[in-house]
Design a protein around this ligand. Structure first.
Ligand code: 5GP
Ligand code: MG
Length: 178
């Protein structure tokens, strides 16, 4: 098997700028609907959205409460299995709350569709979806993602939370794994 090559795609400065722009938009939108001092509930998909969530939440100018969900659709390869499995549920009662779901990347769209259908059943006041990255050319299911940081071509990327077989997550930049 050939060694994989890592080609830089989005550096730390760009990631910071993407997060800043996303946070501005999110802060604006929620300022209109939140009651005074009402927090939004941020639901983070483990493990990939860990760094994105940590950075974005600190840029958002409104109070928030965080919880985590774990889903997987990829297994250890670079191709999606087409199935979404949940291995950790949230522990927060989101009924009547304003909920924002964070994923690091939208690919087929199955993960965010699965999660939004599931969370909607729990009666949130509102539910929005945000992703740092999106590969529009890979979409297989219809899903409206409210906030997207950056659209990228159909390449497998790692770093800043994104993994390959659980490696590369800690890299501060995003690169293409070839
Ligand atoms: P979807 O359900 O939209 O097909 O896939 C979403 C999940 O697949 C993402 O949250 C992420 O975990 C994984 N994924 C999709 N594309 C990539 C990629 O290019 N790199 C990595 N590391 N994970 C990806
Ligand atoms: Mg993920």
């Amino acid at each position: 098997m050939q060694e994989k090559r890592l080609v830089p795609m989005i550096d730390q400065t760009e990631i910071r700028e993407i997060n800043r722009q996303l946070a501005l938009k999110i802060t604006d939108d929620y300022s209109l609907i939140l009651a005074k001092e009402e927090p939004i509930i941020v639901l983070v998909t483990l493990k990939g959205a860990l760094f994105f969530a940590a950075d974005l939440m600190r840029e958002i100018g409104i109070p928030s409460q965080v919880d985590f969900v774990r889903v997987s659709s990829y297994g250890a390869g670079t191709q999606s299995s087409g199935k979404v499995a949940m291995s950790k549920e949230i522990e927060t009662d989101i009924h009547g709350k304003h909920v924002l779901v964070l994923d690091e990347i939208v690919d087929s769209g199955r993960t965010l569709k699965f999660l939004s259908e599931r969370f909607l059943k729990q009666g949130p006041r509102s539910l929005k979806l945000a992703a740092l990255l999106s590969k529009p050319s890979r979409r297989e299911v219809e899903i409206n993602v409210d906030y997207i940081g950056r659209e990228i071509p159909d390449r497998f990327v790692v770093g800043y939370g994104l993994d390959h077989a659980n490696n590369y997550r800690e890299m501060p930049f995003i690169g293409i794994l070839d």
